[in-house]
Write a protein of this length. Structure first.
Length: 323
């Protein structure tokens, strides 16, 4: 019997990593090793019960990553800017050194991306790396977008890899994950008549890439591993406007949803502390020049045999309950 391929998955207890693990459980020629900071936690134990090997490693500890990656045929790598942003320790550090939460979170994610790349480059026999990333919005917007820190931080790892480890870069593909479909709930505000109003910084009829990270990520990663490396994949399951999303939410929840375009400044007030300004600019960028920046290297899902299925959108149970 031929030995199985081994995929090592960062963030297995999260949305994207969990989706990748669920996908590869369906492929018996692959074995799965998941990385967790807490291998004995309940989410980690749930994967162990399904036959997934769980090991301890930390993105802040390159040596632990190198050990966890050992023997990998493929690696799925992901970092989490917002984990830093919402960490009280980041707020304290930002206040101490006089920087914004966004700036500190950017610096922390950039370093973790470099640690991930350093560790992956050390793996003998590694065949493929799939890195969850986002576009360099400051560059593609010609300097107009300056607060989309989480996007720029992720692309910094790609640039670092291409500069320092060209052999690893030749084995890599990139998945640019679209905004999470579930997050529209966070933008909805209940009105006095019981309806909900969603505000964002794009026009109501502008199609925006969206992804259900639990449902879609695994399919996209598997598709990337089934084709030659070097792809820069648009990571969406659907293209949907806010007006369409409001119609969908109204239909599924029996509650009326409406949409109102707002400015970045309004968004900053609605979600204070820097998060609103960053998210607001992200959606401005999604409208012009587009979520993927107009990057000519982008490959669409259908070009790697993954088709956006609009009918999947109404299956989101997250639309059904709002109380």
């Amino acid at each position: 019997m031929s030995p199985k391929n081994l995929i090592v998955i960062l963030g297995i207890t999260g949305n994207q990593g969990g989706s990748v693990a669920a996908e590869f459980l369906n492929h018996p020629s692959w074995s799965i090793r998941g990385i967790s900071r807490s291998p004995t936690s309940a989410p980690s134990a749930a994967w162990t019960a399904q036959g997934v090997e769980i090991v301890a490693a930390d993105l802040n500890d390159p040596a632990s990553l190198a050990l966890a990656f050992k023997g990998a045929t493929a690696i799925f790598g992901v970092t989490d800017y917002w984990q830093h942003f919402w960490d009280p320790a980041t707020r304290i550090r930002a206040a101490e050194i006089g920087k914004t939460l966004n700036e500190i979170s950017y610096e922390l994610e950039v370093q973790q991306g470099k640690n991930l790349v350093d560790a992956a480059a050390s793996v003998e026999g590694l065949g493929r790396l799939v890195l969850s990333t986002l576009s360099k919005s400051r560059e593609w917007s010609k300097g107009r977008i300056t607060w989309n820190y989480h996007s720029d931080a992720k692309w910094a790892a790609v640039e670092y890899m291409r500069e320092v480890y060209p052999e690893l870069a030749a084995k890599a593909s990139f998945l640019q994950a679209a905004p999470f479909m579930e997050n529209y709930r966070k933008l909805a505000r209940k009105q006095t008549d019981g309806s909900y109003k969603i505000r964002c910084t794009v026009k109501a009829d502008t199609p925006v890439p969206m992804i259900d990270p639990r449902a879609d990520t695994g399919h996209l990663v598997k598709a990337l591993l089934d084709v030659a490396p070097g792809k820069n994949l648009a990571g969406h399951g659907s293209l949907v406007s806010w007006s369409q999303l409001c119609q969908l939410a109204s239909k599924l929840s029996n509650v009326t949803f409406t949409y109102e375009q707002s400015t970045v400044d309004d968004f900053d007030v609605m979600i204070p502390g820097g998060a609103g300004r960053e998210i607001g600019e992200m959606f401005v960028y999604a409208e012009d020049p587009g979520y993927y920046g107009g990057d000519p290297s982008i490959t669409n899902p259908e070009d790697v045999s993954v088709h956006a299925i609009e009918d999947e959108l109404p299956e989101s149970k997250r639309c059904r309950s709002w109380e």
